[in-house]
Unconditional design. Structure first.
Length: 368
């Protein structure tokens, strides 16, 4: 049975939606009240292509919140458990956001545009309201708004070569998690070396629809040389790489330690952020579960909700939160929240799916 999405003002397209349809997009999902393409051919074909060539993704669903003003740095620091006191203009920082109990609100990239100007990317409405709530409670002098930015991601091993052809040799020197401004046809674009894949790539922040469409089309004009194809964040590739997806692998009921974010939690310095005391107590007590990889002996599992993992005594030892067929392993791989007593690598388990029992084993992240 086919399922269709009815568009309305509540569900925004992106400037590139018509281009995606022209290139044969087969399916969308919804994130941040926007259409996110998911498939153009098949996940397996796109997985292999991403690992060998280069793709262009419309990731405009990565909404961006700008925070400016006298207290902007203090506000941004309050939002994240990562120490940003030594942050530098031109860098972007992976920064888990936590609430007063230490629960994860999201895990965006935070860009330092200027000393008192920040951009929080992959942010949703919860993050916007979170920032505004803190600013109001603290009586901060800041401006907080959703920037009119639409992002294109260029991902894959040939991404540097095609970006060089479009933006010039200078882009070769851009380091991972750094950003700078580059020109295409007299228009400047903020470009970072980042993206939601393990294959390497860039994210292009566009703020002019006409210019963005011209840029998108130009990539395809010169793309044959690099075997460029349209694509989307690839589920099996990101699971293998241990790239976590907020809302799927983790949510507000999970804390940074359970999700492997220990290195992004600063409890030793005098930096101030929400949930610091709660996280100190959690660390002192120790966690009773954590995210781990799984391999499952089947070629198809639908994780529309968490799937219980059972041991030989039928006790629940964890829950699978994301899963997809991996062409590399020729089986399903996934990310699961596993109870402490069962952290052992190669720990066996079973799941029940479509009235069948399917065996699997626990492994580390990333899944190698």
């Amino acid at each position: 049975m086919k399922t269709f999405i009815t568009r309305s003002r509540r569900l925004r397209g992106t400037p590139f939606t018509s281009r995606l349809e022209k290139h044969g997009v087969k399916s969308f999902t919804v994130y941040n009240h926007m259409l996110l393409p998911t498939t153009f051919s098949s996940p397996e074909e796109e997985y292999n292509h991403l690992k060998e060539h280069v793709q262009i993704w419309d990731v405009s669903v990565q909404r961006e919140i700008e925070i400016t003003g006298e207290h902007s740095s203090e506000l941004v620091q309050l939002m994240t458990c990562r120490n940003l006191s030594n942050s530098k203009v031109g860098s972007c920082y992976y920064a888990p956001l936590v609430d007063s109990k230490g629960g994860l609100i999201n895990d965006p990239l935070i860009y330092k545009l200027e000393d008192n100007k920040w951009r929080v990317c992959i942010a949703d409405s919860d993050v916007l309201l979170f920032a505004k709530g803190i600013a109001s409670a603290k009586n901060f002098k800041v401006d907080i708004f959703e920037a009119k930015i639409d992002t294109l991601a260029i991902q894959g091993p040939k991404s540097t070569k095609i970006m060089e052809k479009v933006f010039g040799k200078e882009i070769i020197d851009l380091k991972f998690f750094k950003f700078d401004y580059f020109t295409f046809k007299d228009k400047k674009y903020l470009i970072s070396r980042s993206g939601f894949s393990k294959q390497g790539g860039f994210e292009i922040h566009t703020d002019n629809i006409a210019g963005a469409l011209e840029l998108y089309d130009y990539f395809f004009e010169i793309g044959n040389e690099f075997n460029l194809k349209p694509g989307a964040p690839n589920h099996p590739e990101r699971i293998e790489g241990g790239l976590l997806s907020y809302g799927s692998d983790m949510d507000i009921f999970d804390n940074p330690f359970e999700c492997g974010f220990d290195k992004y939690v600063d409890l030793k310095s005098d930096v101030v952020f929400f949930g610091k005391e709660s996280l100190k107590k959690i660390k002192e007590k120790g966690i009773s579960r954590k995210l781990m990889g799984v391999k499952i002996e089947t070629k198809s599992v639908n994780v529309s909700q968490s799937i219980p993992m059972l041991d030989i005594k039928n006790n629940e030892i964890g829950q699978i939160r994301s899963a997809a067929y991996s062409p590399k392993f020729d089986k399903v791989v996934g990310i699961a929240m596993v109870k402490k007593d069962f952290y052992n690598i190669s720990q066996k388990f079973e799941i029940k799916f479509n009235n069948n029992k399917i065996s699997g084993e626990i492994c580390n992240l990333p899944i190698l």
